[in-house]
Write a protein that binds this ligand. Structure first.
Ligand code: MN
Ligand code: MN
Length: 476
């Protein structure tokens, strides 16, 4: 089958659009390195473009009409956006869905300790990571510390040029003979991923007295580096050691998204799985003019650990938000809600494995996604015999071929690697439980789940165009 190369299809105007979209995309990545930061960025962006919070409309008893734009946020970690269409909601919506959590290293609840003159934060990694990729690189800490009185302290350390960064140590090559004999899965153990957070002991001079006129206690003197870190946390953030218990601190690669290649054709950045689809879905949502069918975009948390929890796709949050929207629209009944969901079409968007010539043996070239070959459709995902996959209906795939081709979208079909080599899942199967048409789609990525992942700028642009085409043209 013929493969198109996106780059060859663009005129000068489109190249300008492509660059502008990718600049905005890089800002989006830099401003949203955690789910919470993503939600803040998204809410700021969409409110500026006329979106109103669903909960405040419910309170004021407002009615929703064609063209109205509303959103609802769940626990600062997931969001549902709606743009009301011409047709009744009962006829179904066109839904764009993606996830905004990414693999990372989380700080444990009792994390701070000192060993041999170094202060550490103990950690527990989140999602699927090759642990050896996370050592000996500059890392930043992002997140929140919630104090007992409910005060939320936001942390973001390691991103500004004059911020300190953090790191996980690795054994020097000179002593690594035994280490290098281990398998890559064991070469860095999970418990060895602790973050080095300081090394300078607080000075306790002889005869020194504290504010109460007491001599500093012996324990403090024994763990003088840890004590120094606690002093800094107290001074800068007013947080105590116990406050780590109610904190969500995420350790992510420090630094901004970058253009990659002499030709600047790619983006190298942390967290593109799946913020590349979240960003393009949100942008498409904002740029679509009035549509016949109501358009919806859901950006959710916890995909990387099974879509669980109140903010994951398995939560009733989305269904509740649809019910509320239908209620404000005058359409709500239990049956109408079910009809709306069953009649909806969805693009469950997530990154796809980009074909990597260095690891060619893991791919089957005819059914692989290539960087620069446009938006990716995965009829199915899963492992082994398609286990755990939402295998989209052929009728739906045919409909989408038509929608995409009518708008001259460059797209490709792929599956995640060779049969029986591995596999993966997405949120697609969860929405499919409503009986709606769902297909996996998205953007090809190189080094998925690594601290720095790569995408093609052209694929980012083409996927955005594909989402617009879907929003305006899909109806099955
Ligand atoms: Mn993903
Ligand atoms: Mn992933």
């Amino acid at each position: 089958m013929e493969r198109k190369v996106t780059w060859e299809t663009y005129d000068e105007g489109q190249m300008k659009e492509l660059e502008a979209l990718n600049r905005e995309y890089r800002d989006f990545l830099d401003n949203g390195k955690t789910e919470r930061e993503c939600i803040d960025t998204i809410v700021n962006t969409i409110e500026a473009e006329g979106y109103r919070e669903l909960e405040s409309l419910i309170e004021s008893g407002a009615k929703l009409q064609k063209g109205d734009k509303v959103y609802s946020v769940c626990m600062n970690k997931s969001i549902a956006m709606f743009q009301i269409g011409e047709k009744p909601l009962t006829d179904g919506m066109n839904i764009l869905g993606a996830h905004i959590d990414s693999p990372r290293i989380d700080v444990k609840q009792n994390p701070l300790y000192e060993d041999s003159g170094l202060a550490y934060l103990d950690t527990h990694y989140y999602g699927g990571v090759k642990k050896y990729q996370w050592v000996a690189i500059p890392l930043a800490i992002h997140g929140v510390v919630v104090k007992k009185d409910g005060t939320i302290v936001e942390l973001n350390v390691g991103e500004n040029e004059d911020d300190p960064v953090f790191f996980v140590s690795d054994l020097l090559i000179h002593l690594a003979g035994e280490q290098l004999k281990k398998t890559a899965a064991q070469v860095i153990e999970g418990e060895a991923l602790d973050l080095i957070a300081g090394s300078r002991p607080i000075r306790i001079d002889a005869g020194e007295k504290d504010e109460e006129g007491e001599e500093p206690d012996k324990k403090k003197a024994k763990e003088a580096v840890k004590a120094g870190i606690l002093d800094i946390l107290k001074e800068n953030y007013e947080i105590e050691e116990e406050d780590f218990i109610s904190a969500e601190l995420e350790i992510v690669p420090a630094g901004k998204a970058r253009e990659a290649g002499f030709d600047r054709s790619m983006i190298l950045a942390y967290g593109q799985d799946d913020r590349v689809c979240a960003f393009t879905s949100m942008r498409a949502m904002l740029d679509v003019k009035e549509t016949e069918r109501t358009m919806c975009c859901i950006l959710v948390d916890k995909e990387e650990i099974g879509s669980v929890g109140a903010t994951g796709m398995h939560s009733r949050f989305f269904e509740n938000a649809v019910a509320e929207v239908m209620n404000l629209n005058g359409e709500y009944s239990e049956l109408n809600l079910r009809r709306c969901l069953a009649h909806s079409c969805m693009l469950s968007s997530d990154v796809s494995a980009g074909y990597d010539p260095s690891y060619a043996s893991c791919f089957e070239k005819k059914n692989a996604a290539f960087l620069g070959n446009g938006m990716v459709f995965n009829k199915f995902t899963g492992s082994r015999g398609k286990s755990g996959s939402n295998d989209a209906n052929a009728e739906y795939m045919a409909h989408l071929r038509k929608v995409m081709d009518e708008r001259e979208i460059v797209w490709q079909t792929a599956e995640l690697g060779k049969v029986d080599v591995g596999g993966g899942g997405t949120i697609a199967y969860i929405l499919a439980e409503y009986g709606m048409n769902v297909i996996d789609s998205g953007v090809a990525v190189l080094n998925m789940h690594a601290p720095w992942e790569a995408t093609s700028k052209a694929d980012v642009y083409e996927t955005y165009r594909g989402y617009m085409a879907f929003a305006e043209g899909a109806a099955l």
